[in-house]
Design a binder for this molecule. Structure first.
Ligand code: FES
Ligand code: FES
Length: 153
């Protein structure tokens, strides 16, 4: 059995016919080609699959695609349609991208934070990425990249 759904992703509408158990992660990656959305654990523990839903970061592996109908979904591809954002530039400048697997999710979680709070404290930065695991950077460079963005360097 399949259900017809319409998803709004990065400002564009997409019509899909999918089994109702399809996760948003599967719909985005496998059916719509948004491969910037990464699959890590598949069970809500790593944050690699983070997307923004109505501006809030969520794990797309835990949400069913039909649940995202009528909501604004933003992936990393939608964030950088007009070139890298200041936060993305700061990630590169601070060496906060190593293998890069966590990076889209990190950037989206931190973008949601900065949209809400343009001058977060270090604690608030850590809290914002508490659901995003990185096995490469030790997190320090990521935190420095956010500070670089907020200080306008
Ligand atoms: S793949 Fe979704 S939280 Fe790990
Ligand atoms: S840069 Fe490799 S997991 Fe974060």
């Amino acid at each position: 059995m399949k259900v017809d759904i319409t998803l709004k992703v990065n400002g564009k509408l997409f019509q899909l016919s999918l089994p109702p158990s399809t996760t948003l992660l599967e719909a985005l990656r496998d059916h719509l080609g948004f491969t910037g959305v990464k699959e890590g654990c598949g069970k809500g523990e790593c944050g690699a699959c983070t997307v923004l839903i109505d501006g809030k970061p969520i794990n797309s592996c835990l949400m069913l695609a039909p649940q995202a109908e009528g909501k604004e979904v933003i992936t990393i591809e939608g964030l950088s349609e007009n070139g890298p954002t200041p936060l993305q530039k700061a990630f590169v400048e601070e060496g906060a991208v190593q293998c890069g697997y966590c990076t889209p999710g990190m950037i989206l979680s931190l973008t949601a934070l900065l949209n809400q709070n343009p001058s977060p404290s270090e604690e608030e930065i850590k809290e914002a990425i508490s659901g995003n695991l990185c096995r490469c950077t030790g997190y320090l460079k990521i935190i420095q990249a956010v500070k670089r963005t907020t200080s306008g360097q």
